[in-house]
Design a binder for this molecule. Sequence first.
Ligand code: SAM
Length: 193
Amino acid sequence: MKPLQSLFLRNEKHVCPWWLAWTFDNPLRRMIHKPEAIVGPYLHEGMTVADIGCGMGYFSIAMAKMVGERGTVIAVDLQQKMLDLMQTRAGKAGVADRIHFLRASEDDISIKEPVDFVLVFWMAHEVKDIPKFFGQIYSILHKGGKVLYAEPRMHVANRRFQEILGHARQAGFQINDAPLIRLSRAAVLSKKG
Ligand SMILES: C[S@@+](CC[C@H](N)C(=O)[O-])C[C@H]1O[C@@H](n2cnc3c(N)ncnc32)[C@H](O)[C@@H]1O
C-alpha cells in the first residue's frame, strides 16, 4: 500500500493520529455533518451523554450546547492530545464546564457513571476488543438509552460494519434504525427499557 493510501484506507488497528483529525474536523465539515441533525433527535436539555472517541470534539462541543447548562458531556479519547485540543476549543465555545474530559485506555472506556446517550462516531473500527467495548457501553447506559454508532464508509466495508453490529447485539443491544449520515454507515442501538 502507498504511504498516503495507508493513512486513509488502512488496517483495522490503526488509531487516527491527532494531526490527521484536522482533515475531517474543520469548518468545512459542517457542510456534510450537521451535529444538530445527526445527534439532535436523541438529545434534550439536562441529559448526561458520552462521546466515545471524541477526537478534537466536533460533536462533544455541539452536544454540550444541546444538553445545556444542566447537562453533561463525557468526552472520552485514547489520546491526551485530542483531549487537550478539545479543551481549548470548548473553552472558546464557552462550554468547557459542561464537559468531563476523560482519557480511555485501549481496553477500558473509563466511564463509571450512568449515561442517557452514547455517540460512537467514526471510531469503533479502531477499537481492539469490540465485544468488550460494546459490553462496557451497555453497562453504563440507562435502560431505554440509545447509542448512535457510525463508521466512515471509505474505511469500513459493509461486511465489517455488520460484523461489528453483531457484537453489539451480543452485548444486549437492539438495532433500531439505520439513519442516513453522509459518508457513513450508521445504526441506532438501544438498551431495552
Ligand atoms: C477518526 S477519529 C473520530 C473523532 C470524532 N468521533 C469525530 O467524529 O470527529 C477516532 C478517535 O477515536 C479515538 N479512539 C480510538 N480507539 C479508542 C478507544 N479504544 N477508546 C477511546 N477512543 C479511541 C482516537 O484517538 C481518535 O481520536
